[in-house]
Design a protein around this ligand. Structure first.
Ligand code: PLP
Length: 375
């Protein structure tokens, strides 16, 4: 058989775009009719819909998930001399916003065998300078947010949840993003709910914080050309809001499709001896932004999948505490063994909603073939 390109794409947005093409084009046309291109009524409509989707919280749109995190730290008044505790295993933005706010990132290693912050290590990392805890719900799963909030509440430290990869995920039926003081979402096009460009939002049940966020996203303006605090320009534009509002009603169905793919992989890959599958507990309704397996022979497996034309990716190859951009943490290799091990072992398999049954079977066949060769 001739293989010209990938047999199975890692991710293919064109299938979803085709499915909702006329709906989203209609929504964009509505913005041309409104002529309110930035923070117009369409943005307010999306904010209301998102807040309702998450069980009745305030939602504030902004320019990206990164800005959502930065605005949250600014709204909490975090700056020089402060420490923010986070995880070493996430996308760059989770931690780079901390020095951008002027504060020091403090990393806490993963709970063994998981992709999430270890609450026991968190307790030990808290100092009088700790001004926020910033856990991440990675890959559409959830961190041990209930334990983290319990520890944080005990010390009166606000929790900012990075929910960029976990819109729709629930922990004991409560949506991730609503456990902490603030929850930060990204609608980057590849996320479970993606815009046609950059977009983000912050949710909170604290009306005072909501109002501060609304000010900070427009230069800290409290009156016309009058600013009380140096904010930023991080407005959500109306075209993105219209696209997101049109796509939001589909999200639950798309997340269900991801869960079906995950269940298929779980059943089909359970017997592969060298592979560990992402943990799943009955408490968590996971939305599988990614399906990330672990293997000591990760690089060999990745090469095999390359030869078979199966898309895959490594999230993340380098832990945050060893990034030059975050050198202020002063940490050396070996200091966060669980995160460093995860970086060596992880491999993400194709799991976008529109993945075909025949394609996910190809993925499994290729992995079984690799397994047979090795035993
Ligand atoms: C995507 C992502 C972000 C940043 O979101 P942008 O919209 O790309 O700025 C932050 N944290 C995590 C975990 C992400 O996956």
């Amino acid at each position: 058989m001739r293989r010209t390109s990938l047999t199975v794409p890692f991710f293919d947005l064109s299938r979803q775009c085709a499915e909702i093409r006329s709906e989203t084009l209609g929504a964009i046309e509505g913005v041309l009719d409104d002529q309110a291109f930035v923070l117009g009524p369409g943005v307010a409509r999306f904010e209301a819909a998102l807040g309702e989707h998450l069980g009745g919280v305030h939602a504030v749109g902004c320019n990206s998930g990164t800005d959502a995190l930065l605005l949250s730290l600014l709204a909490l008044g975090i700056g020089p001399g402060d420490e923010v505790i986070t995880t070493p295993f996430s996308f760059l933005a989770t931690a780079t916003v901390i020095p951008r706010a002027g504060a020091k990132p403090v990393f806490v290693d993963l709970a063994p065998g998981t992709f999430h912050m270890n609450p026991d290590a968190l307790q030990a990392a808290i100092t009088p300078r700790t001004k926020a805890i910033l856990p991440v719900h990675l890959f559409g799963s959830a961190c041990d947010i209930e334990s983290i909030v319990l520890i944080a509440d005990h010390c009166s430290i606000p929790v900012v949840e990075d929910v960029a990869q976990a819109l729709g995920t629930k922990v004991r039926n409560r949506p991730t993003g609503t456990f902490g003081r603030l929850g930060c979402f990204s609608f980057y096009p590849t996320k479970n709910l993606g815009a046609f460009g950059d977009a983000g939002a912050i949710v909170t049940s604290d009306a005072r914080l909501e109002s501060r966020l609304r000010t900070l996203r427009v230069h800290g303006q409290t009156g016309r050309y009058h600013s009380d605090a140096p904010g930023m320009n991080s407005r959500l534009d109306s075209i993105q809001a219209a696209v997101l509002l049109a796509k939001l009603p589909h999200l639950a169905r798309w997340n269900e499709a991801r869960r079906r793919h995950a269940a298929f992989y779980r059943a089909a890959l359970a017997e592969i001896p060298f592979l560990s599958l992402p943990e799943e507990t009955s408490d968590i309704y996971a939305t599988y932004h990614q399906f990330v397996v672990r293997a000591e022979a990760r690089n060999a497996l990745a090469e095999h999948l390359n030869r078979r034309g199966i898309g895959h990716a490594v999230y993340y190859p380098e832990p945050l505490h060893l990034q030059p951009a975050l050198a202020a943490s002063g940490l050396r290799p070996g200091s966060m063994p669980e995160a460093e091990k995860a970086c060596r072992e992880v491999l993400a398999l194709p799991i976008f909603p529109e993945l075909r049954e025949s394609e996910r079977e190809e993925v499994v066949l290729a992995i079984r073939e690799f397994s047979a060769k090795r035993s």
